[in-house]
Design a binder for this molecule. Sequence first.
Ligand code: FES
Length: 487
Amino acid sequence: MGHQLPLSRVARLVGITRHALQQRIRAGTLATFDGMVELDELLRAFPDVKWEDDAEIRRVNEIKDKAFAKRILERVLPDKEILAARLTELSDDYAAAAALLGHYENVVRWLDDRIEELGENASAETRHALHGLRAFLLRNLAEIPPDAAQAQALIVKERMLRIMSAHVTIQPSGHEFFVDGNDTLLDAALRNGVSLSYGCSNGNCGECRARVVSGEVKKVRAHDYVLKQADKDAGVILMCSYAPVNDVVLEANVAGAHDIPLQHIQARVKTVEIFNPQVAALYLVTPRSQRLRYLGGQSIRLAANGAQGHYPLASCPCEDRNIEVHVPRRAGDSFAEWVFDTLQEGYVVALEGPFGEVVLDEDSPRPVIFLAFGTGFAPIKSLVQHAMSLELAESMDLHWFADETGLYQDNLCRAWADALDNFSYVPHPSGVDIDEALRRITADYSELHRFDVYASGTADQLERAHGHFVRAGLHDARWFAEPLAGA
Ligand code: FES
């Protein structure tokens, strides 16, 4: 068929993760060329996939959305003009294929006539050979290849996905994501955990500038920021105002922890969830025009009612304007008392942040171990969800050591383990001998030098864990931890 697809699109078509595909590539059961897969190869490597049924993709996405506690996205159609452009592109493809088919039909008809003509004055032997040739030609033209129905269903499904979403590659970082429905490039990047540089997110500041390297984009939201003519000529656009018409490659900055400015936002309380008498979750929502920029693993300061506290973020940056923090009830923490006793939906809280430098190393494809001690689960939860949305790590193992706050989101961790084949969860109840448990954990990994470890807890817990892991072979540089904010 000669049609090639990027790995991310293949993963969507087949309904498995990119990591599972990469495992197949490494095992030699799926062939790629320059990171692309041919449709023929796809049919060969996945003979049992029901291409006409996308229930599997729906199921995986629903489980993931639920497990990640994300809102389930409305499957809205793309912007009208983008939809029209994609359908036009599809019609052009169809017209080109139909024209080519017509041409082949004429060639075959001509060939058939020529064989007949040649046979008229030929010897009996030549006539016999020509007869065999003609019979072969007619038989093969009449025959339907055994995998024709499969190939047709695969092409239909691939075309449907192309109409509903476009694939984006960011250079030079290599991040990839899909833009679904009527999202802008910036919306989709943030939803997928890609921390592109931006400011206002509504067309005023110009900080989301990017250059289109290939593909076509369309303005779907007006912007007040004025792009210079030289920028426009170079293909510069604002990612918060444009959406892709087809698959695009963009040159854009991905922000690290140091690139994100300190922000001050008045956030509204959406709800308070009291997990148990020792710990509560505070769910905040920022104003429509002011998303908090942060990375998984960072923390914020909150102030209201004359009290303040410093708490790790438990949410994923991919959760749009929704922010989650876990508030332990500590002696003398008047903000925590206020959360437990008074705080209600609609209250306004002053937020300052983000703080903290322990964030995901997005360039690392290594397997990851997450260690959470008590409410150190909050930043670990944020990191896990960020890693899941980026599909970064080869595998992720979470160990959660309970303290008096308990394993207060144990079910969520189990749901992650059920939904993802590269995720495992091991709870450690309160009262276990931490050193003994750490000794057993590190003994289970024969190649700790291959891993990254992210940990969160008190300074003492981190020091003990660090000692166990480094003694067992972890590279010191692959240990990412800082003591819990406010502990
Ligand atoms: S983020 Fe400010 S113009 Fe796009």
